[in-house]
Design a protein around this ligand. Structure first.
Ligand code: AMP
Ligand code: ZN
Length: 114
């Protein structure tokens, strides 16, 4: 997908700090971290948002959660706890139109979110 920064990262045309990759999923450090651990888990496939997920992508969505679980362990936030966030659309605060799961950890989160 042209002009998609996460597609650029996934295809290694743009530099990023990748912490995990497999044939379906890539994870990299957020450029503007909101916690000491802030990693984005993205499908290689360009899916714009949660709204565009189809039934044949259910397994891929589950895999993203398992990847986040592994990274939480690797970054030592699994025991203390962490937050997974998917922003969707304008009111959801989504700024990059390539579906991504935020993994946030290393500090106590508050609720409700801003
Ligand atoms: P969202 O607001 O949920 O769409 O999240 C987009 C996230 O992507 C933000 O947390 C940004 O800091 C992050 N981001 C934007 N550009 C880059 C980039 N080139 N590398 C890593 N993270 C990025
Ligand atoms: Zn994309």
């Amino acid at each position: 997908m042209p002009d998609c920064i996460f597609c650029e990262i996934v295809h290694k045309r743009m530099q990023s700090d990748i912490v995990y990759e497999d044939p379906e999923v890539v994870a990299f450090h957020d450029i503007n971290p909101q916690a000491s651990v802030h990693i984005l888990v993205v499908p290689r496939l360009h899916i714009e948002s949660v709204q565009e997920v189809t039934t044949d992508q259910v397994e891929l969505m589950g895999k993203m959660i398992l990847v986040a679980q592994q990274i939480a362990k690797k970054t030592n936030v699994d025991e203390g706890g962490f937050r997974l966030v998917i922003n969707n659309g304008v009111n959801g605060g989504q700024t990059v139109s390539h579906l991504h799961l935020h993994l946030l950890g290393g500090r106590r989160m508050t609720w409700p979110p801003g």
